[in-house]
Design a protein around this ligand. Structure first.
Ligand code: HEC
Ligand code: HEC
Length: 285
């Protein structure tokens, strides 16, 4: 099956642009705890203005109840995991006998703004690091502790905690300088058709956002809300686990969570959301 036919079949229509049910993203504004004003719909940054006329958070594509859950920390199930991570933050582990707090102190002070610029270049290691990679680098090098599983629960909640203290701040990942090559690689992956269905990320999230795919309202596939609490599996989901799921839906097996390819893809996808607020942990279905 070719890509065009596949997407037509998935969208249940006879042509890509005509027929498939389309629903405008919901017009609404998100203020969390009546305090944090979120930018959820904005102009594209210069690097992606050819690709997207507007940049829209996945929040606008979800139903009324799901959107409401994210507006208050008491209703956001993702925040339960953030609280658990606060305990982890204070817990000494590993041979150095240190906790995250031993070096970084209060998480809200030391980590404010950090999530907004990840993935980012690490000069000493000479590599692009995702937040997950940085957490494990601190565990292994600074705590002499075992790394956490890349897409596991303990990792997801630590990243959620670090994200939560940057909520409302604009995503602002660098795309040039030492990360330029990785960014280009991620861009290429984004537009590469994979699997039996021969679909690229762009075929769904750029060409067809707004359309209904099965029972789902297709978004731009932004990652400013990660980690995401999904009602479907009632847990926090990491970026790479989501990528893996989407690739699997094209009936392909491509890259592993934590692989250089998914790191590059994450950098590129993050940059498509530059200007949106950090929302993690967000709520999705
Ligand atoms: C022995 C001290 C030490 C411990 C323990 C430690 N870190 Fe770090 N961490 C550092 C240093 C040093 C850096 C690099 C300099 C900086 O950015 O603060 C760093 C950087 C970071 C960064 C990136 C900051 C940025 O601006 O890019 C994150 C995120 C982070 N650590 C998270 C953690 C977490 C989570 C834990 C616990 C699992 C932890 N660290 C434990 C010393 C430590
Ligand atoms: C066959 C269509 C299809 C393809 C191809 C596809 N996705 Fe998705 N993706 C979906 C659907 C459906 C959802 C759930 C509804 C939504 O949020 O858009 C989703 C959700 C997502 C989300 C979650 C967004 C949020 O706000 O929680 C991300 C991130 C994502 N996709 C990234 C990707 C990436 C990266 C690729 C390429 C590797 C990709 N997708 C390929 C259909 C697709």
């Amino acid at each position: 099956m070719t890509g065009i036919k596949a997407i037509t079949a998935l969208l249940g229509a006879t042509a890509i642009t005509a027929g498939a049910a389309f629903a405008e993203p919901v017009e609404d504004t998100l203020t969390v705890n009546e305090e944090i004003e979120m930018t959820t719909w904005t102009e594209p940054s210069a690097t992606v203005e050819d690709a997207l006329p507007e940049v829209i958070s996945g929040w606008h594509f979800r139903g009324d109840e799901t959107r409401a859950m994210q507006a208050d920390d008491f209703d956001n199930p993702g925040m339960i995991f953030v609280e658990q991570a606060m305990d982890d933050w204070e817990t000494a582990e590993g041979e150095a006998g240190k906790s995250c707090a031993s070096c970084h102190g209060d998480v809200a002070d030391s980590m404010k703004g950090v999530r907004a610029v990840y993935p980012k270049w690490n000069e000493e290691a000479g590599e692009v690091r995702t937040m997950e990679m940085q957490v494990n680098a601190c565990r292994e090098d600074n705590m002499k502790a075992e790394p956490l599983k890349y897409t596991g629960g303990a990792m997801a909640r630590m990243v959620a905690l670090i994200s939560s203290v940057s909520r409302g701040m604009p995503v602002n990942v660098a795309t040039d300088g030492p990360v330029a090559e990785t960014w280009e690689q991620g861009k290429e992956l984004y537009y590469t058709r994979t699997g039996q269905l021969e679909l690229s990320c762009a075929n769904c999230h750029e060409d067809n956002y707004g359309r209904m795919i099965r029972a789902d309202h297709l978004s731009q596939g932004q990652i400013n809300g990660f980690p995401v609490y999904r009602l479907k599996n009632t847990k926090l989901n990491t970026v790479h686990a989501r990528f893996k799921g989407c690739v699997r839906d094209t009936r392909a097996e491509t890259y592993k969570p934590g692989s250089p390819e998914f790191v590059a893809l994450e950098l590129y996808v993050a940059s498509r959301g530059n200007g949106l607020s950090v929302e993690g942990p967000s709520v999705r279905n």
